[in-house]
Design a protein around this ligand. Structure first.
Ligand SMILES: [Fe+2]
Length: 241
């Protein structure tokens, strides 16, 4: 299956709650490759209050993974970014580069706690956009406040905001409501990018293929290619979607 582009995953080892050692990192890369993934942006959490500052460690792990890929899978493309866990005082880190954008582009992958307040989420996204960033809302299907404020997602997309959803939420990995929200977002044409948000080999593996049967039934081939490949390329190449 594939090829797929996984724009959001936690494969780099020893930097967050993703892969904990090099062996797991390489095994996750193999699992992704077997699933048909041929391009990956590594997006460790930028949440210093949870994981500390891990910029150098993530650079080192990325170099190890690049070397592994060059030896074993030269047809795999790798990029690096961060997943910004939005918190008060996080903006200077984006401006001074401690928190990476996606592959050095204007696009920032932004994450909030599942129970974030609606006004906090919407204000944060507005603020980032007013600073000139293009925002990618990570796993949009999971935020409870957006179950009630679905219209905000429409407005956000109309204003140029990017919506990412996790492949695994399709089959209920994040609960029934997130699964319903996932399908509603697809049905309404509000999704730009599907990614794995993989953290390990077992409970959160790097698999894009889990939702492909559903997508084939409900979307045309061109849309599927945009969601699983093309739009992610536009992001890393800093083009408009
Ligand atoms: Fe993530």
């Amino acid at each position: 299956m594939g090829p797929f582009f996984d724009l959001h995953c936690h494969m780099l080892c020893g930097v967050d709650d993703g892969a904990q050692d090099q062996e797991t990192m390489f095994a996750m890369l193999e699992a992704a490759y077997a699933d048909g993934i041929r391009a990956i942006c590594l997006t460790p959490h930028f949440s210093p209050y949870l994981f500390g500052e891990t910029y150098e460690q993530s650079e080192a792990a990325f170099a190890e993974l690049q070397e592994y890929v060059a030896q074993h899978h030269p047809d795999m493309y790798l990029f690096i970014g961060h997943e910004l866990g939005y918190h008060s005082g996080c903006l200077p880190a984006l401006e001074d580069g401690r928190c990476r954008t996606i592959a050095g582009s204007r696009y920032v992958l932004v994450d909030f706690p599942e129970k974030v307040n609606f006004f906090e989420l919407s204000n944060a996204m507005n603020q980032l956009r007013s600073m000139g960033f293009h925002t990618i809302l990570a796993h949009t299907e999971r935020y409870r406040c957006l179950f009630q404020h679905f219209n905000w997602i429409r407005e956000y997309v109309e204003e140029g905001g990017i919506v990412q959803i996790n492949a695994s939420s399709f089959d209920g990995a994040w609960g029934t409501i997130a699964k319903m929200q996932w399908k509603k977002l697809i049905k309404e044409g509000l999704v730009h990018i599907i990614s794995t948000d993989a953290h390990n080999l077992t409970t959160r593996p790097p698999k894009m293929s889990v939702c492909m049967d559903y997508l084939r039934k409900h979307c045309d081939p061109e849309t599927i290619e945009m969601l699983t490949w093309e739009n992610a390329w536009r992001v890393v190449e800093d083009r408009n979607l």
